[in-house]
Design a binder for this molecule. Structure first.
Ligand SMILES: [Zn+2]
Length: 264
């Protein structure tokens, strides 16, 4: 009997898994991509409406330029390896939110990205913009929002599928989605991405920026600059790492790999 239950449980988990490109990590996926994107799109529009969007044309053009170049390269790469379905239905969008105090950027499922003016002041070159842009694009492509949503459905609603949860508990589900997408701070819960997600977004990010022709060395330079700032509330990409030194060591190890595999 016990064995039967275990086998049934395993079957559910196997069915409900997807694989992250390049790293090959298996992830829990109780939520379909189209459901995630529909929810994310709604949350994204709400967030933008409640925010003060920047009208700094130079910085907006800069984000568009870097974003377009990385997205194009990554989509080409996914097509080349026969994985173009990973970004099917994505509607990439990058917006700049006016808030000089917030040194942050985030990405939601379906390619909805936002930067804050606070982080723009730290960028000296397009290569440095590419470090953060590629990291955020990596979160979106690796489906981290969906994985976190799945983990929260398991923890809080007993692992029901999203469509069931939406029908039975629409309010709770929307709150879960906000937290899963990293918008939890607006409703008083801040759940940082796990270390696994951050490390994976760092790794994929270095590959993605290299594919697009940016200098991966800028990743080390940028994180060293961030680490040197110290103090204040850490941005999401610093918050779940054991130390900036570990992150910098990891990146130093990955840069030659990125150049070898994805450089010109
Ligand atoms: Zn991150």
């Amino acid at each position: 009997m016990l064995r039967k239950i275990i086998i049934a449980g395993l079957a559910v988990l196997i069915v409900a898994c997807t694989t992250v490109p390049i790293t090959g990590r298996r992830q829990l996926s109780l939520v379909s991509a189209s459901q995630m994107m529909a929810l994310a799109s709604e949350q994204y529009q709400t967030t933008l409406r409640q925010s003060n969007l920047s009208d700094d044309r130079t910085q907006i053009r800069r984000l568009d330029r870097v974003g377009d170049r990385i997205i194009q390269s990554v989509e080409q790469y996914l097509t080349d390896i026969g994985q173009s379905q990973l970004t099917e239905g994505y509607n990439w969008e990058v917006n700049l939110i006016e808030d000089d105090e917030v040194i942050n950027a985030w990405a939601m499922p379906g390619g909805k990205i936002a930067f804050y003016t606070g982080i723009m002041k730290l960028f000296e070159t397009d290569d440095e913009v590419a470090v953060v842009m590629a990291h955020e694009i990596a979160h979106a492509i690796a489906g981290h929002g969906g994985e976190r949503m799945s983990q929260m459905l398991v923890a809080q609603l007993g692992g029901v599928a999203l469509d069931v949860a939406l029908t039975d508990k629409p309010e709770e589900t929307r709150t879960l989605a906000q937290v899963a997408y990293g918008l939890g701070s607006q409703i008083g819960i801040l759940l940082p991405f796990s270390r696994t997600h951050e490390t994976e977004a760092d790794e994929l990010g270095v590959y993605f920026m290299t594919m697009a022709g940016y200098d991966p060395q800028a990743s080390v330079n940028f994180w060293e600059k961030m680490a040197a700032m110290g103090g204040g509330a850490p941005p999401e990409f610093l918050s779940t790492h054991p130390s900036s030194q570990t992150r910098i060591n990891d990146l130093n190890r990955l840069i030659p790999v990125a150049r070898e595999k994805f450089g010109d």
